[in-house]
Design a protein around this ligand. Structure first.
Ligand code: PMT
Length: 393
């Protein structure tokens, strides 16, 4: 968002107050924000509030708020990198769908070439009205982005769909679309993340130190690269990245089932999960009582990635290797042994790399023996490099 020019349009609904926080959040992300209001919106929040929060005069009327010699509605419309309207009412949606431009907001929306992002908020009946739905579909077909309204208690007293989503969600949605590219457009990519949990009894499990940070960063970048992204994740406390289909799992066998059932129809799998190699042979049905000594028998878990490699048809496979010694040597044998297209090896004994940190230092290893060593960088940057490597593959 840094230095991006964003116009926030505000139309007349009780949710207009939430737009104040949208503007504030965008500015905190480094964007320059200008606000345009309909006259009805000024009945809910004063233009002065938006002026203070945005740091710019607010445009409301067509012929009174001229701030410089440029024709105001055209000047603002061409200044914008993105135009977001929150809340957008049924009235403004209807006008837009019909090509009516009778105030500053709708005139600018007609005049801008910037991508348009609409966040509807209104009474449930108005939202569900076939006319509103038809108008929204028309706008979608014309390439405008529409964020579905949330459900919940509405100001009119009813419970239903029509709430303006929280400002944080609006800003996340906007950032996602503005950062999106098409490096992996039309592809479906499965990403695994986190450490699987192997049950001992109903309350205990064997786990590992994976936080999910690496896999979630990859899923986020895959989605930004325009792919349909399926994140199959062992338990993690991280928020699910925007634009990702989320499949939560617990054990290695759950993960295997989730991956295998989606394998045929995907174009690539990136296995960043730390999958337990063993599980408890006989999980106790009830909580095991305290005792002096407890012996558990562990049996081998399936190797998910190896199975994918053996059944590969058109898919590209990227595996990870968590090593503490001979990283390249072990990595080279894993890439061949599992029939991978690329392996991301990380030395998890290094500080600031591997488990539960925000950075990683990795080496890409290819089946032909080619090696690309990357310096220490954030997991988000590692993820971007993996996406570029996958796109090349
Ligand atoms: O989640 P974070 O805290 O961010 O930590 C990131 C990470 C260290 C977990 C990640 O960078 C990483 O290295 N993931 C792979 C961990 C691992 O299981 O490595 P491995 O060398 O044991 O397995 C090799 C590959 O086979 C991996 O892609 C793994 O997902 C896969 N595998 C392993 C065992 C198994 N039974 N089935 C598998 O599919």
């Amino acid at each position: 968002m840094k230095n991006k020019h964003i116009i926030v349009g505000v139309s007349g609904g009780i949710a207009a107050y939430k737009a104040v926080e949208v503007v504030s959040r965008l500015r905190k992300l480094g964007a320059e924000v200008k606000v345009v209001m309909t006259e009805n919106a000024t009945k809910f929040v004063s233009p002065m509030t938006f002026g203070e929060i945005s740091g710019h005069p607010v445009a409301v009327k067509m012929f009174e708020d001229v701030h410089d010699w440029n024709v105001e509605h055209i000047a603002l419309a061409t200044w914008a990198d993105a135009y977001v309207v929150a809340p957008v009412t049924a009235n403004v949606i209807g006008k837009l769908a019909s090509g009516i431009a009778d105030d500053m907001l709708t005139t600018q929306l007609m005049a801008t070439k910037a991508p348009i992002f609409l966040c509807p908020a209104m009474n449930t009946n108005m939202y569900e009205n076939p006319i509103t739905q038809r108008n929204m579909n028309t706008l979608r077909e014309l390439g405008m982005n529409i964020l579905e309204a949330d459900s919940g208690h509405l100001a009119c007293g009813v419970v239903g769909k029509g709430r303006l989503p929280e400002p944080a969600k609006i800003v996340e949605w906007l950032s996602f679309h503005m950062m999106k590219n098409d490096v992996l457009a039309d592809k479906t990519v499965i990403v695994t993340a986190g450490g699987t949990q192997e049950a001992i009894d109903p309350v205990r499990y064997i786990g590992n130190r994976s936080s999910g940070k690496m896999g979630y960063a990859i899923a986020e970048q895959v989605a930004l690269a325009g792919a349909r992204t399926i994140l199959i994740s062992a338990p993690s406390s991280l928020p699910v990245p925007y634009g990702v289909e989320f499949v939560p799992v617990d054990s290695a066998r759950d993960m295997e089932e989730a991956v295998n059932s989606r394998y045929e129809n995907c174009d690539a799998v990136i296995m960043a999960a730390a999958v337990a190699d063993f599980r408890v042979e006989n999980m106790a049905d009830t909580k095991i009582k305290k005792m002096d000594k407890l012996e558990l028998t562990l049996v081998k878990n399936p190797d998910i990635l190896k199975g994918l490699g053996a059944n590969k048809t058109h898919q590209k496979l990227i595996g990870f290797a968590a090593e503490t010694q001979n990283v390249i040597e072990y990595g080279k044998s894993k890439v061949l042994n599992k029939n991978l297209d690329m392996l991301v090896a990380n030395d998890v004994s290094k500080q600031n790399a591997g488990f539960n940190v925000d950075t990683n230092e990795v080496t890409f290893i290819y089946p032909g023996g080619q090696i690309v060593q990357l310096p220490l960088m954030t997991k988000s940057d590692v993820a971007k490099r993996i996406i570029l490597a996958l796109a090349e593959l």
